[in-house]
Design a protein around this ligand. Sequence first.
Ligand code: GLN
Length: 290
Amino acid sequence: MQSHYVIHRAVLFGKSQCALGASESPLLDAQLLLQAVLDCDRQYLYMHPDQALSDEQWERYRQLIEQRKAGQPIAYLVGTRDFWNMSLQVNASTLIPRPDTEILVEQALKLALPVQARVLELGTGTGAISLALAHERPTWQFCAVDLSEEAVALARRNRDTYGLTERVDILQSNWFDALAGRSANSRRFDLIVSNPPYIDPDDIHLEQGDVRFEPRSALVAEDHGFADLRHIIEHGKGYLAPGGWIILEHGYQQAAKVGQIFSETGYEKVNTAADYANLDRVTFAQRKHD
Ligand code: GLN
């Protein structure tokens, strides 16, 4: 029988394995995976270095370490990822929420919007953006859509966990399609937000790290990554109230072109904001007042 590992040795074992798998943060990875198995926080690991793992715990941990060594994202292995002030469930049907996307949330909160704003999110994935905004603005109403049925189910679970069921409607839709037949009034949003796929299909980064395991439909867009950004900008006009805003995440080299598409489509007040690495990450613009 396998001699029992204690917490301290299990962490060291996991760290060395994750390092062999070319993880950039092998110690943290091992700690997070062991925390998931023991259902404890990081401090607990430091406080109980000599606690033995049961056979089941050791076996489960060893399997997770093996998967991490093979490159699986930590978020998929532990099933959650923190975003804004929430811990969201994630699975392989959605993009893993990124800290950079919190910039989109911050910028959206700075826009001049009605107290009872109606917000549309396209490609909600885990629900991260809408749920963060809904949490910050208790008087706003949301409609969030995603193409993937699994993502819709996941986003609904996250929404319900945070008690936002009444204010965040989550639908299966290919971009605007599910809204197309609605009355003009119910199609008028004050804000459209999206972190759409924007990576060029030929980008070499698709072969590296976590993105290898994320759904390509959430990452990659035709036309060097611009196809969906352009679709949202062009069709978004028909779903915005006069004076309404669109805010979009994009690649760090895409700001100028996204701004140009906004201008050519007749939007005004086009502006870009940088992420925490000081890279252009979100661009927003306003539909003209009538
Ligand atoms: N920011 C993500 C990445 O570069 C891509 C997200 C997206 O395509 N919307 O990994």
